[in-house]
Design a protein around this ligand. Structure first.
Ligand SMILES: N[C@@H](CCC(=O)N[C@@H](CS)C(=O)NCC(=O)O)C(=O)O
Length: 221
């Protein structure tokens, strides 16, 4: 089997990196991990060297380079068809792709106002201007659970790429929350937050924060 390496940014900061990392861990896809710290003087050069877009995540599969979180997930879904990384039902799959693409291309206000700080809880912040985006996220979670979630506890029953695409929002809702939502959404949020892979990512984020203590303030996030 070919060797996969996932290049990611800081676990505390890089929401895009969390998505394929979580997805691969949860799906049991073995990979090596390489981190490029996003807040260092060398970051720009390292990113340019590692990724065609100068952004992370970026997946190396022997000689092949795949970049962009959603393209990585799609590539892995094709490479490991036996893992059923998208829902098998055509309507569920189309909806899972739609909500994943919506997350990938939208929610700009949420990203800007509430940047990922995975390991820092209690960062109270205003919801002013992003109320509609928060409501839309919850509407997506409710709809997916109601219409497609009968076979299991995830958005489309079994864990899929769609769950991974919304994982950073779970972190943001914890970090900047609490955000109230109906029971189906809160149950899914709590399940995602307690996944061993999410906890493992969080431990990595905490270790990064501990490692930045004592560095010059200009280099801290
Ligand atoms: N659309 C891209 C976005 C990737 C992205 O913006 N990654 C950020 C880190 S979360 C990055 O590499 N930023 C470069 C920098 O901070 O200089 C994806 O889905 O992978």
């Amino acid at each position: 089997m070919s060797a996969l390496t996932l290049i990611i940014g800081d676990k505390n900061l890089s929401s895009w990196s969390l998505r394929p990392w979580l997805f691969m861990r949860r799906a049991g896809i073995p990979f090596a991990e390489r981190t490029i710290r996003l807040d260092r003087p060398t970051t720009k050069a390292e990113l340019a060297d590692a990724s065609p877009s100068s952004r992370v995540p970026c997946l190396l599969d022997d000689d092949l380079t795949v970049w962009d979180s959603l393209a990585i997930c799609e590539y892995l879904a094709e490479k490991f068809p036996e893992k059923a990384l998208w829902p098998s039902d055509v309507a569920a799959r189309a909806t899972a792709r739609s909500v994943s693409a919506e997350m990938h291309s939208g929610f700009q206000g949420l990203r800007t106002l509430w940047p990922l700080h995975f390991a820092r809880e209690g960062m109270r912040h205003t919801t002013h201007g992003i109320e509609d985006e928060i409501a839309r996220v919850i509407e997506i979670w409710e709809t997916c659970r109601r219409d497609f979630g009968a076979a299991g506890p995830f958005l489309f029953g079994r864990f899929s790429i769609a769950d991974a695409m919304y994982a950073p929002v779970v972190s943001r809702f914890v970090t900047y929350g609490p955000i109230s939502m109906p029971p189906a959404s809160s149950a899914w949020r709590d399940l995602m937050w307690s996944l061993p892979a999410m906890r493992e990512w969080g431990e990595g984020a905490k270790a990064e924060i501990a490692g930045t203590q004592g560095r010059p303030a200009t280099l801290l996030e």
